[in-house]
Design a protein around this ligand. Structure first.
Ligand code: SAM
Length: 339
């Protein structure tokens, strides 16, 4: 690995350590044809959707981290509990030569798995995320904490990153934080198929997913009284204005988190307080919203063990084992490609 890490497109990361490297793969957050096509497709839906990549700039990643600390936001604590109890068994079963994490964010929970992996001689961690700032901070902290660990950080979207392979040997793919729940059903199916195709027979997938529960618990988890989730979602709108090239009156939107039982998802909405026209000259686009109409900033699908096993099986994946937290709020499963 290089002494002065540079991104693959030649830009220096500004940090130097022989065991940490950061590379850009595919389109960036606010340029690249695919990024713009994704934005247009989302905004063209009814109701309009903001793509997730607009939510996770440096400020968005920091706000997401703050959300994970909120008392109402149970998923991170529940998933951490499962990892603390079962990391050794997970690593034992998967026997990886490399941990490869999709949507790694701060990699905070991953540290538990990294420590278990190091004990078994697995020293490679590849982290992929659209947020370069989160990757850089996490990567540097990790190599500082673990002398034997090499970290390769990929600034990439899921589609560009899946094809990337850093080294030989079995890989344990990590997809934590119920990020799978942020996909729409058709996107989820496409993504799972692509993921299954990227796996070799010895590779394994560790998937964290949130379980269906009463609406009141879910709505509080996604609309905390301190307003951190609302700030996270509004930051997406701020980024839309930046990419679109004209200010958006943020105060003209109210934040609402709603459980939609028919599709088993939480919907994070930005509701127009009055009739609004959003102009996005850089995209040659405008959006008209009547008072009460909303944009969807993100969804978070909640699963049952059975519903998810069906999706995985259709994609070509078989569940080996499932782990739950003590309060049965959240689960992790280990899956393999079908023979
Ligand atoms: C729900 S957070 C989970 C973060 C972390 N894995 C955890 O469990 O706390 C989703 C993560 O996926 C990243 N992300 C969102 N959309 C992405 C995309 N299209 N491609 C790559 N990463 C993406 C975000 O930057 C963020 O770090």
């Amino acid at each position: 690995m290089p002494l002065n890490p540079r991104t693959s497109d030649g830009r220096a990361t500004g940090t130097a350590t022989p065991r940490f490297e950061l590379a850009h793969i595919g389109p960036h957050v606010d340029d690249g044809e695919r990024a713009v096509a994704e934005l247009r497709a989302g905004l063209g839906r009814s109701p309009a959707h903001l793509p997730a990549r607009l939510l996770y700039d440096a400020r968005g990643s920091a706000l997401f981290d703050a959300i994970t600390e909120l008392p109402e936001y149970y998923p991170t604590r529940a998933e951490t509990e499962i990892l603390e109890r079962h990391a050794g068994e997970i690593i034992e079963r998967a026997a990886p030569a490399e941990l490869f994490e999709l949507g790694s964010g701060s990699s905070r929970k991953t540290r538990i798995l990294i420590e278990a992996a190091l004990e078994r001689g697995c020293r490679r961690y590849v982290a992929l995320d659209v947020s370069a700032s989160a990757l850089e901070q996490a990567g540097l902290e990790l190599v500082a904490a673990h002398d034997e660990l090499s970290v390769r950080a990929l600034v990439a979207d899921f589609a560009s990153g899946l094809a990337h392979r850093a080294g030989p040997g079995p890989r344990l793919v990590l997809f934590l934080g119920s990020t799978l729940g942020n996909f729409r059903p058709e996107e989820r199916r496409r993504f799972l198929k692509q993921l299954a195709l990227s796996l070799r027979p010895d590779d394994r997938l560790l998937l964290g997913y949130d379980i269906v529960k009463p609406a009141a618990v879910l709505e509080l988890a996604y609309d905390d009284p301190a307003g951190v989730t609302a700030a996270f979602v509004r930051n997406g709108l701020h980024n839309l204005a930046r990419v679109g090239g004209e200010p958006i009156p943020l105060a003209a939107f109210a934040y609402e988190a709603k459980w939609i039982p028919e599709s088993s998802h939480m919907e994070m909405r930005l509701v127009a307080r009055r009739d609004l026209r959003i102009r996005l000259p850089n995209l040659d686009l405008h959006l008209d919203l009547a008072a009460g109409e909303f944009l969807i900033s993100e969804i978070s699908t909640k699963f049952t063990r059975e519903s998810l096993a069906r999706d995985l099986s259709e994609a070509g994946l078989t569940v080996d084992v499932t782990f739950a937290d003590r309060a049965k709020r959240f689960e992790l499963l280990l899956a393999r490609p079908q023979g």
